[in-house]
Design a protein around this ligand. Structure first.
Ligand SMILES: Cc1cc2nc3c(=O)[nH]c(=O)nc-3n(C[C@H](O)[C@H](O)[C@H](O)COP(=O)(O)OP(=O)(O)OC[C@H]3O[C@@H](n4cnc5c(N)ncnc54)[C@H](O)[C@@H]3O)c2cc1C
Length: 389
């Protein structure tokens, strides 16, 4: 039987580029296909948390990301509904702000230099798993055959859907965002603005230029489209509204959703689902890129072994699912309790006040959501008692 590649990776975002780079560097024949042509934009807050920066460094990708113009940030500001705020440094490492247009192109360059074959502008439509191969069917009618398929095709993954693994949450948020200039804030910095059931992440790149990305429940979506939706949500975030008075929009609005969905199981015979395709954490805490890089690294190790031994069964690949679950369970728990507490106007100002008064509590929270401290550090009864009493 002839194969077009040992491994086909569908999707060239951070997850796909990283797994392809790692496999190609180990002499596995890898082909990445993506329906977009790079550099391509993507709805995102453009924030790499300290954990993601650490992984980029370990993977040897950080210099290219810095060369692409990333702004380094060492702290995060968080605003409550009443305009009160706390600002705290990351307890370990730094974060980065870089538009996805440039970040993803830099990472894909790494995969290409490692030897992965890249095909852009190619949409995958379906997948067929055979006992001794996997076929990937393109929208154009072309078919590619490999030993293993790695689905890195992002949220609402076509492959997860084809395999019946997609589980879209009923009460999820939708997002709307754009790039702006002439904001009052002129130095690089990361901000999170918390409203009632909605929030906005702001990446200030410097010089008054920022990416403002909001997430809100579907019921707040205006029929008239993104602009009125964005403006109505802004009225619920007073500190952001003030900073944006006089701001000029520099890009089209980018909308997506529902966000924060789960994939039922990230493995099948001859298939691994990584990054958002394997399940997406709610973007509020800015952990998606970390999880994309981390799941790609886990998958690369398991895939390498599986390709070398020739055993690509679900049973063999299940190690990846187990390791991923161990990594993600605590993070999802932190994300859930933050969404419950931090988007509640009766509670958030109180929490923000406590975090401002107790920098060590704020540092632990930024460390856990920044993926440099274990989630247990903020899920422990001791931490919660200090936060609430
Ligand atoms: C509004 C919003 C804001 C966010 N902000 C942040 C943030 O600030 N920080 C953070 O860490 N995370 C953030 N996230 C999460 C982060 O964007 C994702 O977790 C991350 O992009 C996942 O990377 P990935 O490689 O899995 O998928 P993606 O980056 O989505 O890449 C998937 C790729 O697959 C391709 N593709 C899709 N379907 C097909 C197909 N059928 N055929 C071929 N190719 C296909 C796409 O073109 C794309 O290039 C945010 C998410 C959203 C929605």
């Amino acid at each position: 039987m002839s194969f077009d590649a040992d491994v086909i990776v569908v999707g060239a975002g951070p997850a796909g580029s990283t797994v392809a780079m790692l496999l190609a560097a180990s002499s596995v024949r890898v082909r990445i296909v993506d329906r977009a042509t790079f550099p391509r934009d993507k709805p995102c807050g453009d924030y790499c948390n300290p954990g993601a920066v650490g992984l980029l460094r370990d993977l040897g990708m950080l210099p290219a990301v810095l060369d692409a113009g990333a702004a380094v940030i060492s702290a995060m500001r968080v605003y409550a509904q009443d305009g009160s705020r706390f600002e705290a440094p990351f307890p370990v490492g730094d974060g980065l702000l870089l538009p996805r247009l440039r970040l993803d192109a830099a990472l894909l360059g790494h995969a290409s230099r490692a030897g992965a074959v890249i095909e852009e502008g190619v949409a995958v439509e379906s997948v067929r798993i055979h006992p001794d191969a996997v076929d990937v069917q393109m929208a154009s009618g072309r078919r590619l055959r490999a030993r293993l398929l790695i689905a890195a095709d992002g949220m609402h993954s076509t492959i997860a859907r084809r395999l019946g693994r997609l589980r879209v949450p009923a009460a999820a948020r939708y997002t709307v965002g754009a790039y702006f200039s002439s904001l009052s804030h002129t130095t690089p910095g990361g901000e999170l603005h918390l409203g009632s059931g909605l929030y906005a992440g702001v990446a200030h790149f410097g010089g008054g230029v920022a990416n403002v990305c909001m997430a809100l429940p579907r019921r707040l979506w205006r029929r008239a489209g993104p602009q009125p939706t964005f403006e109505a949500a802004l009225t619920c975030l007073p500190a952001l509204a003030e900073a944006m008075a006089g701001a000029r929009r520099e890009s089209a609005f980018r909308c997506c959703g529902p966000v924060g969905f789960a994939a039922r199981d990230p493995v099948a015979d001859r298939v691994l689902l990584i990054g958002d395709a394997g399940g997406q954490i709610e973007p509020m805490t800015g952990q998606g890129i970390f999880l994309a890089l981390h799941s790609a690294s886990l998958a690369a190790g398991v895939a390498l072994e599986a390709v070398r031994t020739g055993d690509l069964s679900r049973r063999r690949l299940a190690t990846y699912a187990q390791r991923r679950r161990l990594e993600i369970a605590g993070k999802l728990a932190v994300s859930r309790w933050l969404q419950r507490l931090a988007l509640h106007p009766g509670i958030t100002p109180l929490l923000v006040g406590r975090l401002r008064a107790h920098p060590s509590l704020a540092g632990d929270l930024l460390g856990a959501t920044g993926d440099v401290l274990r989630p247990g550090s903020v899920l422990s009864p001791a931490y919660l008692a200090r936060l609430f009493t």
